[in-house]
Design a protein around this ligand. Structure first.
Ligand code: COA
Length: 154
């Protein structure tokens, strides 16, 4: 059972989100860039707090007209497989729906078993492939584009 608590975030939380991103992905996302994104139109950010009130994960999305996009989601390595991914994604879906989006899109690497399990289990289906979308050193990994209907249609 998860004991994470989901709270909304904005440009003021850019440094927290940047640190979470770096811990999850091992690469930087500059707080200034994140703050700019979060201040932009349609941006949505959520942070998952653990039982001690410490940030454990986040989800970032953006809504434009009736379409929404999941930009990034991650839990700290030692906070995974406790339902936090589901909790964050469900909360983001709720907010995208409330903001008027009818469809939520995302991209996921074909070799990301954890994320694929999360998305399939949350009602996403495959909508296409982007060849060589992720660069991993000299290699490239394809992305699966996934989508999910929101609101009454979801
Ligand atoms: C993807 C990620 C956010 C999932 O978060 P999580 O909190 O571990 O997910 P949950 O505990 O809510 O589990 C969601 C589902 O995925 C499954 N799952 C989680 N990790 C898994 C793994 N490593 N292998 C297979 N299935 C896995 C769970 O069993 C669960 O399935 P269920 O709904 O059938 O029970 C997390 O693994 C993560 O932060 N990964 C690194 C960042 C990343 O890759 N983000 C996505 C980029 S597109």
């Amino acid at each position: 059972m998860t004991v994470l608590r989901i709270v909304p975030a904005g440009p003021a939380e850019a440094a927290v989100l940047s640190a979470l991103y770096e811990s999850a992905f091992g690469e930087a996302w500059a707080p200034e860039q994140l703050a700019q994104l979060l201040a932009g139109p349609g941006a949505l950010a959520l942070i998952a707090l653990d039982e001690a009130g410490e940030p454990a994960g986040y989800a970032l999305g953006r809504v434009a007209a009736d379409e929404a996009e999941l930009l990034s989601i991650a839990l700290l390595p030692d906070k995974r497989r406790r339902g936090g991914g589901h909790l964050l994604l469900d909360a983001l879906i709720e907010r995208c729906t409330a903001a008027g989006a009818a469809t939520l899109f995302l991209e996921v690497a074909t070799d990301n078993a954890a994320a694929l399990a999360l998305y399939r289990g949350t009602g996403f289906c495959e909508a296409g492939i982007r060849k060589g979308y992720y660069k991993v050193g000299p290699a490239a990994v394809d992305a699966i584009v996934m989508k999910r209907a929101l609101g009454a249609a979801g």
